[in-house]
Design a protein around this ligand. Structure first.
Ligand code: SF4
Length: 88
């Protein structure tokens, strides 16, 4: 049963290398082009970095399946993922 944690991707750091996709045993992540809404909070630096990898970045599409194992945090080459506890 999933624990009360979820991964949070810092899109200003993510370079879409998909290590999280490869290591997550519960298929929480997809790497895809961000929607306009998802690109909204990016800093100027984040937008420029995003252009270097065709706008593809990691999205925690199935965050509710996170079991809190920490593999994505340990393996992300950009240090772009942290785990957040869900209140309640
Ligand atoms: S902590 Fe584990 S289960 Fe949760 S998203 Fe990362 S790799 Fe997947």
């Amino acid at each position: 049963m999933p624990l009360s944690t979820r991964p949070v991707v810092d899109l200003n750091r993510c370079e879409g290398k998909a290590a999280c996709v490869q290591v997550c045993p519960w298929q929480v992540f997809d790497v895809r082009a961000l929607t306009t809404q998802e690109r909204g909070p990016l800093t100027l630096g984040g937008r420029l970095r995003s252009l270097l990898h065709s706008g593809h970045q990691a999205i925690a599409t199935r965050a509710d399946q996170c079991h809190g194992c920490g593999r994505c945090v340990a393996e992300c080459p950009e240090g772009a993922i942290r785990l957040e506890k869900i209140p309640g």
